[in-house]
Design a protein. Structure first.
Length: 67
């Protein structure tokens, strides 16, 4: 059983099918070295845009609906 088949079977993650169009996808690389994956994840964390906190307005009615 390939790692892609295991992901699909255990976690229901299908890396061989495009979520957008349903077409077939092909894995071109598999990075398994912990040092390399750590560098990639650290870079992605630095490159991630800071998200603005959006505050919701105060509710006008009670959560129960009738009070």
């Amino acid at each position: 059983m390939t790692w892609a088949q295991r992901l699909k079977r255990v976690f229901r993650i299908d890396v061989e099918t495009c979520q957008a169009c349903g077409g077939a996808m092909k894995t071109i690389a598999s990075i398994e070295d912990p040092a390399v994956t750590g560098k990639i994840l650290a870079h992605l964390e630095q490159a991630a845009p800071v998200r603005e906190v959006v505050r919701l307005p105060e509710p006008r009615a009670s959560p129960d609906g009738w009070v």
